[in-house]
Design a protein around this ligand. Structure first.
Ligand code: C3B
Length: 804
């Protein structure tokens, strides 16, 4: 990778940039300006490698993958990029000479929140790993003008403010106006006999939205690979405006202009739920069509015949949000390249692979046919034909059995079923953890599994250890390097070499010091920035993730309240001081999730105001949990709360970030917790609660009554008294009792309390605790996204690394 050879060179360039960008000398610069200068310098620095990477890919005609995701939750990039080009220390030292502290510069970067949670952050980890492994892989998404909302807590309640992250520009991006493409919406489409009698499609009276790409370089880790994340912005076209004005229709012209600009305006704030809004469907088609058109144009220029498209190009869809890539590729191949249906279908299914991220029924996308047809008439014709041919095959195999067709139909009940389209139109379907992939086969996608068993596979999620360990926790990184050397940095599975040091008292002591240090860093930060006081000698027990009933923040806070009541009755009770930290956003329209935030804040206040409890317990709900705050929290955690109802959390990835930082998992047998437990065993994790098959059986066969538990368990009854603190909480009580506790909070309450006691028992044994912590770090390497991405490359994409 190109670097600044010397500090002298860096300083010279820095001074020049200060002059060019801000007409200032170094002394006059604000911290934000320093950030902007360094970001621009890095972009300049890597531009040669960026061009070179692209050239080599094209020249060698290598096979490439495009990862389509409606979210990329990037987080800040300055520190990551400095690390990737190995320039952090040089930069730090040069800035020091100028009188700046690099640590003051990092927070100046707005945190790009172009995603909701796990799914979007996974996409960001994955492009990081592709570049680190020198795989030719690029991201494709939307350049939202407003990312996920800024969360404020006012009187204990969540308030959403717009996230104007682009206010001062985004120095990492490059606008490529000359690469813009047009995307069509609306109008009429029909088939008509063309030359020689074959049917051709006519699409007329549509509106055109211009898609303008903004490219962000994705740097490999200390190699010369620079891949691309292409983000699309929607603009109106003058031609389209004037077209309508010519007919004197001002209202329509303005409506068009408005709608076009609206497409890339904001990110929908839903995590794992689906909202059948027209604008969302427009977003999905917009970035898929723009992305694919630009891929095809580039492909034809450098690779040649569209007939060989699938030999060179892999298209990955992150959940069903980009599933329209299937009919869109069919459209391009048939309408624009003149290929037959059969050839187009073969190329399409060979190119596309699909990852499913959830079994929650409320997350499965279904679009109303009338809306879909009105917005995307040509695409609808294609989906209709895909569905017709598919159901014909089903009919042939199961003549007269309508129920078989209903189970797998793409068009059914006046809706377009996107998961069905994604499975039928791709060659690979994967879940994101072993348990989840099994549930897909035996439950959610069972009829499809019967049809296409060879398509189904598992790719357990991973997280980039560069951001989540090396960048976030330099103290732990240094200790690991001192102990086992540096090989693990490039080959994270080599962290295993750390395992024997769990038995080494000197190592454990240093590990304990690192953890203590990280807790103090967090406490200081929260004190300074948020006026929150924590006791760094208490156990830091952390649950940070989106607010969702299935994730059961409610179970956590009910247990805290249970402890509180015990302390009130028996102030002398011998417990180790605990700090329960929560963070997470609730979708603006998700009532129960928002009330849970209020409940957490209510319990926090009850405890703060009661001296009998406040000496031992503390609850904090941290406002605006995002990637940057996560980077401060994971390193400081003792206990990782992973307590979803078994079967509901497809994988989880926070669980892995905690593990890399040596926290102990307190979790259910759900998602990747199962594999974490498999790695470290009962001795180094604490597992509780119903298992997935038990949960599924209750759903299918009944037999659970939350009232029975309430009536028979005095602790449960007492814990639920907290719901009388505020009439608002009645809704939660209703969900737990009158609606029979869909997520088994009461059912798992007792075993969760026991598991929490087990945590405390283990924490008292300092030696055992840090042995467990060591074992967790040693086995975390398996959960690096480098491992996941290598599996995708080998088993789905058939992709080779390319040395730059
Ligand atoms: C999430 C799942 O809820 C997590 O279990 C999983 O770890 C991640 O995806 C990544 O695979 N998910 C999400 O964030 N948004 C959705 N719409 C669906 C799943």
């Amino acid at each position: 990778m190109r670097t600044w050879k010397t500090k002298k060179e860096f300083k010279k360039l820095f001074i020049e940039k200060a002059e060019v960008l801000f007409e200032k000398n170094v002394k006059e610069l604000s911290h934000r300006e320093v950030y902007q200068i360094i970001a621009t310098m890095i972009k300049d620095l890597v531009s040669d490698d960026w061009i070179q990477t692209e050239k080599i890919y094209n020249h060698k005609r290598v096979r490439q993958v495009y990862y389509f995701s409606i979210e990329f939750l990037l987080g800040r990039l300055l520190n990551t990029n400095l690390l990737n080009c190995d320039m952090e220390e040089l930069c730090r030292s040069a800035l020091q000479d100028f009188g700046f502290d690099l640590e003051d510069i990092f927070p100046e970067e707005p945190d790009p929140g172009l995603g909701n949670g796990g799914l979007g952050r996974l996409a960001a980890c994955y492009i990081d790993s592709m570049a680190a492994l020198q795989l030719p892989g690029h991201g494709c998404s939307i350049r939202y003008q407003y990312g996920l909302f800024d969360q404020r807590i006012i009187d204990g309640q969540q308030v959403e403010l717009p996230d104007a992250w682009l206010r001062n520009g985004f120095p990492w991006e490059i606008k490529k106006s000359d690469k813009a493409v047009d995307v069509r919406f609306g109008g009429h489409a029909y088939m008509r006999p063309g030359k020689g009698g074959a049917l051709v499609c006519v699409h007329e009276q549509y509106n055109t939205v211009r898609a303008v790409p903004y490219d962000v370089p994705v740097l490999g880790y200390q190699n010369r690979t620079v891949n691309t994340l292409r983000l699309w912005k929607a603009e109106y076209t003058r031609e389209n405006m004037y077209g309508q004005l010519r007919y004197g229709d001002y209202r329509k012209a303005l409506q068009y202009k408005d709608q076009a600009q609206q497409i890339s305006r904001f990110l929908y704030p839903n995590d794992s739920t689906y909202e059948g809004r027209k604008l969302r469907l427009m977003q999905e088609y917009f970035f898929v069509s723009a992305g694919l058109q630009s891929i095809m144009r580039h492909y034809k220029k450098h690779y040649g015949s569209p007939k060989l498209f699938d030999r060179y190009i892999a298209l990955h869809i992150n959940d069903t949000h980009p599933a329209l890539i299937i009919p869109e590729l069919m459209r391009i191949l048939m309408d624009e390249e003149g290929l037959s249906w059969e050839d187009s279908w073969r190329i399409t299914t060979n190119s596309v692979a699909y990852t499913n991220h959830t079994i929650l029924p409320e997350a499965l996308e279904r679009w109303s046919i009338p809306m879909f047809q009105e917005l995307l008439p040509r695409i609808f014709l294609i989906v209709d034909e895909i569905n017709r041919r598919w159901l014909e095959a089903v009919q042939q195999r199961f003549p007269g059995q309508e129920d078989k067709a209903r189970e797998v139909a793409i068009l059914w009940n006046n809706q377009v079923h996107m998961a069905s389209l994604a499975v039928v139109g791709s060659h690979s379907v994967n879940g994101v953890a072993k348990l989840h992939s099994e549930i897909l086969k035996i439950n959610t996608l069972k009829p499809f599994y019967t049809w296409f068993p060879e398509r189904f596979n598992n790719k357990t999620n991973g997280v980039t250890h560069r951001r989540w360990l090396i960048e976030s926790n330099p103290q732990l990184t240094e200790l690991i390097c001192d102990t086992i050397g540096k090989d693990w940095v490039h080959a994270p599975e080599k962290l295993l070499a750390l395992e024997p040091f769990g038995n080494d008292a000197a190592f454990r002591e240093r590990l304990a010091e690192v953890k203590q240090k990280r807790k103090e860093i967090l406490a200081e930060y929260l004190h300074k920035e948020r006026n929150i006081t924590l006791n760094p000698h208490s156990i830091f027990d952390i649950q940070i993730k989106r607010m969702h009933m299935y994730k059961r923040q409610l179970l956590n806070i009910l247990h805290v309240y249970h402890l509180y009541r015990q302390l009130v009755e028996n102030p002398g009770m011998d417990i180790i001081p605990r700090t329960f930290i929560f963070g997470g956003k609730a979708a603006a329209s998700y009532g129960e999730a928002k009330i849970t935030i209020q409940l957490i804040n209510t319990v926090a206040r009850l405890i703060d105001q009661d001296y009998r409890a406040a000496r031992k317990l503390k609850v904090v709900f941290l406002e605006n949990y995002n990637v940057s705050l996560g980077q401060k929290l994971f390193p400081a955690a003792d206990v990782s709360e992973q307590i979803s109802t078994a079967s509901k959390e497809a994988s989880g990835t926070g669980n892995m970030k905690f593990m890399f930082n040596g926290a102990i998992t307190l979790g259910t047998m759900d998602g990747a917790n199962v594999e974490i437990h498999q790695e470290v065993g009962d001795e180094h994790s604490v597992i509780f609660g119903l298992r997935a098959d038990e949960v599924q059986r209750y759903y299918q066969e009944g037999g659970y009554s939350s009232w029975d538990i309430y009536n028979s368990d005095a602790d449960v009854r007492r814990a639920l008294e907290v719901l009388e603190e505020n009439p608002m909480f009645g809704q939660l009580r209703e969900a737990l009792l009158d609606r029979n506790d869909e997520f088994f909070v009461l059912k798992d309450f007792k075993s969760y309390c026991a598991a929490q006691q087990e945590i405390e028992r283990r924490y008292r044994d300092t030696e055992g605790w840090f042995r467990s912590s060591t074992v967790n770090i040693a086995h975390a390497g398996h959960f690096s996204s480098d491992r996941s991405i290598q599996e995708y490359a080998d088993e789905i994409w058939n992709l080779d690394a390319v040395k730059i």
